[in-house]
Design a protein around this ligand. Structure first.
Ligand SMILES: Cc1cc2nc3c(=O)[nH]c(=O)nc-3n(C[C@H](O)[C@H](O)[C@H](O)COP(=O)(O)O)c2cc1C
Length: 337
């Protein structure tokens, strides 16, 4: 017999909108159902049961957090960036703490596509959640090969990490050159029918331009923001704190920048937005929704509190209840300005 699970029950109760009567599964009798919320989200053709996702690179491949989080309750798991071949990453030290945030220069360390498919994917597929794979390549062909192989494996969507250098085009970073950025998205779009999420880099002068290109080139969704390039120096030694010298800043320090960028993109494109950057509480998440996000991803917040995703999901429900909001979709872009 299937084991009774409180989390499933609560999810079911809060996700059911059509009926006002629920059946008591123990007695079989009808009972008045609590007023319910609709937390479901449509990211183009990708349907999620709730808006809380993990941000790539901060939640491993799910297993690492399974002691703290019921993975079935996540809207989606976005896994750490995967490349065709394994990558060793940058030399240590590659993480350092900064006021209200952290700098990382992990260097996209990952086990590569084959290992991911063999060792990580079977575990992830056991859960009733969406699997989104963040992919990275050094050429357009590598992105295409990744997307095609992953589509054959039955994942739910790919997220393009465009913060990688295009080796064939002299090392220019995909996400900061409008021409290469467009070419990449159009090329991947032609070769996969998977929902395509393009993750925008904040290290550009006008993020709206890139949001529009992503939409025109065939992205179903945009996600933002990736980390902001930063640097920290140890004044005792006079040396940079990271062996790589510079790294990506994440955590609460970047939240106002991220919220501003989500708001700008919301006014620019019609495709849905996954907002992220410094979300550690439900209040932060709601801020992103009001700015225009349809869903949110929790990154560095997972390092502070491994249960952050679950606390944020509960907090969003509490907020909706207090405000008398029945459908999460009412929140998207509802900022009053
Ligand atoms: C340690 C670490 C590893 C990351 N790895 C990836 C990655 O593999 N692919 C990617 O697109 N973003 C990666 N990111 C960026 C996050 O997904 C997220 O966009 C960024 O950290 C901002 O969100 P946050 O402030 O909530 O962490 C990484 C971030 C951190 C801190």
């Amino acid at each position: 017999m299937k084991k009774f699970n409180w989390f499933d029950w609560f999810d079911w109760l809060t996700n059911t909108t059509n009926s006002t009567i629920a059946t008591n599964t123990t007695t079989g009798k009808n009972m008045p159902k609590k007023k319910s919320f609709d937390l479901s989200v449509n990211l183009g053709k990708l349907k999620l049961k709730n808006p809380v996702l993990t941000a790539s690179g901060t939640f491993g491949y799910g297993k690492e957090y399974s002691e703290f989080v019921d993975l079935n309750r996540l809207g989606a798991i976005v896994v750490k960036g995967i490349s065709l071949k394994p990558m060793k990453g940058n030399p240590m030290p590659r993480i350092c703490e900064t006021p209200c945030g952290m700098l990382n220069a992990i260097g996209l360390q990952n086990p590569g596509l084959k290992d991911f498919i063999r060792k990580q994917l079977p575990y992830l597929k056991k859960f009733r959640t969406r699997i989104i794979v963040n992919i990275l390549g050094n050429s357009i062909d590598e992105y295409i090969e990744l997307a095609e192989n992953l589509e054959a494996q039955g994942i739910d969507a790919v997220e393009l990490n465009v913060s990688c250098p295009n080796v064939k085009k002299g090392g220019i970073v995909f996400g900061t050159d409008p021409k290469i950025f467009r070419e990449l998205i159009e090329s991947v779009r032609q070769r996969t029918s998977l929902p395509l999420i393009t993750k925008l880099s904040p290290n550009v002068s006008d993020i709206k331009l890139f949001a529009k290109i992503a939409e025109d080139a065939g992205s179903d969704v945009i996600s933002l923001i990736n980390t902001i390039t930063g640097m920290s120096i140890d004044i005792k030694t006079g040396k940079p704190r990271l062996a790589n010298i510079t790294g990506g800043l994440s955590g609460p320090a970047i939240k106002p920048v991220a919220v501003r960028m989500v708001w700008e993109c919301y006014k620019t494109v019609r495709i849905p937005i996954i907002g992220m950057g410094g979300i550690i509480s439900a209040e932060d998440a709601v801020e992103f929704l009001l700015a225009g996000a349809s869903a949110v991803a929790v990154g560095t917040g997972n390092f502070i509190n491994p249960k952050a995703t679950m606390d944020i999901l509960e907090g969003i429900k509490t907020y909706m209840s207090a405000k008398g909001i029945r459908s999460l979709r009412e929140l998207t872009g509802a900022v009053k300005c």
